[in-house]
Design a protein around this ligand. Structure first.
Ligand code: ADP
Ligand code: MG
Ligand code: MG
Length: 246
């Protein structure tokens, strides 16, 4: 059975219809790439999957692990193993990055996470991301550079091991070295992938060293093309123009 089935999904934001009947099937072990021009609705799809209350599902279905997500609140979706890394991660004064991740892990598993084990694990994950261990003690994202915020998102990915991870433009605004580091982190997550990954991007740099199974092009709230990894290369060369004319 598919891990995720999105069927004829329509989503509105502030009374405006953004997604207009999206179909998407994601199986365990797969990496999907969702591309499309700005404003196409890529982040809207991610937010709808996560259950962000600002995004209203007006039609269709989201089936995750065999059950409908439509009426499941956002915190329960995280417990069920959904994760989305945000385009603009929030700064949260008063809670450290490490404690934030530890709390999220405890909510996810319903069990206490022993500090000693946690410290060892987070240190290993930070090494993958070339992050100084002191970042775990710093307030979540406060004063972090754009690249450090994105690394903090990937650190959550590595620590929480979600069943379905959605990365929303984790590569945007990063320099070449930071893209490489983020990509290393994603590769590390892919190594032990028993869930699935959806990478939203409108560039292709992060994909250069990642395995991709399926590519989807979203234009004006509809998926207009499905393909394999070669579709990423084609878009890299020709852009979205041919999809816009359709
Ligand atoms: P993409 O991620 O593909 O660039 P988005 O999903 O962010 O596109 O946006 C699609 C459309 O929905 C845009 O017209 C955007 O202005 C609108 N939109 C998305 N989120 C919101 C929001 N929270 N409030 C108002 N409009 C929104
Ligand atoms: Mg965008
Ligand atoms: Mg977006």
């Amino acid at each position: 059975d598919a891990l995720l089935q999105v069927k004829n999904l329509s989503v509105s934001v502030e009374e405006k219809e953004i997604l207009k009947g999206v179909d998407l099937t994601v199986n365990r072990g797969e990496t999907h790439v969702l591309m499309g021009p700005n404003g196409a609705g890529k982040s809207t799809l991610g937010n709808a999957l996560m259950g962000n209350p600002n995004y209203t599902v007006t039609g269709g279905e989201i089936i995750f692990n065999g059950k409908s997500l439509i009426d499941v609140p956002v915190n329960e979706r995280a417990k069920d193993g959904l994760f989305m890394s945000f385009q603009n991660p929030l700064e949260v004064p008063g809670i450290s990055l490490g404690n934030f991740i530890r709390n999220a892990l405890e909510q996810r598993t319903g069990e206490r996470v022993r500090l000693w084990d946690f410290r060892k694990k987070i240190a290993l994950a930070m090494d993958v991301l070339n992050m100084d261990h002191s970042y775990a003690e710093r307030d979540l994202n406060v004063g972090f550079s754009g690249g450090e915020k994105k690394k903090a998102e990937i650190l959550q990915l590595l620590m929480l091991k979600p069943t379905l991870a959605i990365l929303d433009e984790t590569d945007s605004g990063l320099d070449v070295d930071a893209v490489r580091t983020v990509s290393q982190g994603v590769q590390e997550y892919q190594k032990n992938l028993d869930g699935a990954l959806i990478i939203i991007t409108h560039s292709t740099r992060i994909l250069e060293s990642l395995h991709v199974d399926h590519t989807h092009v979203l234009v004006d709230g509809k998926i207009v093309e499905n393909g394999d990894a070669s579709l990423v290369e084609e878009i890299n060369e020709n852009g979205f123009e041919r999809f816009l004319k359709a």
